[in-house]
Design a protein around this ligand. Sequence first.
Ligand SMILES: [Zn+2]
Length: 260
Amino acid sequence: MIFGWWTKRRRHKLLSQPLPDQWREVIVDRLAVYPLLSAAEQQRVHDYVRVFIPEKNWEGCLGFELTEEVQVTIAAQVALLVLGFDDEYFDHVRSILVYPQTYVAPDSPHNHSGIVDERGSARDGEAWYRGPVILAWDEVLADVRAPEYGSNLVVHEFAHQLDMQNGSHADGVPPMTSRAQFERWSKVVTHEYEQLGQACRHRRETLLDCYGTTNMAEFFAVSSEVFFTLPVELREEHAELYDVLREYYRQDPARRAQGA
Ligand SMILES: [Zn+2]
């Protein structure tokens, strides 16, 4: 990715500042895999949050107090998601809006494409094409405190943003590096999507949440959540899906989890 010299200079300046101790404490507390990361990876997470937080416009909604703890918690999850990429700071996501809990938002403008994740009439989060990411803090916190449930709202919404990097329509296919990768991805993901549909119709319990059957975009977002929270289980039960995600995200969290 090519940056203007101004962006480079600004980021260099941000990285010349030390990571505040309180930020480090939040990262250690809120990023479950932190102890499993290599020293170099931990450093990448530190650097990432130091750039990501000041580059975004953060807004607390409905009176929510947006603290540094909130920012670092969210930024650390994003850092993990893109740990395998170079300088992926989601430049098109200018704002991050945080509600205290699941919320009922007014209808968004029709000329704005994006993804809305709803639970009943309430929303957990949203990801707009070249627009904001919106998150419900109670969901973010519940997920980071109990990764064993396989959910991570921040990973979910930013996976939608990755998906929309190659077009306004989130179709479950983020940018690929080659035709071969795309073909392998399509074959595996289509098959897994059908399998999940069948399992959910028969009310069979699976590692992947049935919300992933909504469409291919949700399947990618839900799969990404499990890839980062329960990687060993995903590799065991959905080896091919794990493999295409590993290739796409350029990291191997199952291997990391097993210390190999
Ligand atoms: Zn979604």
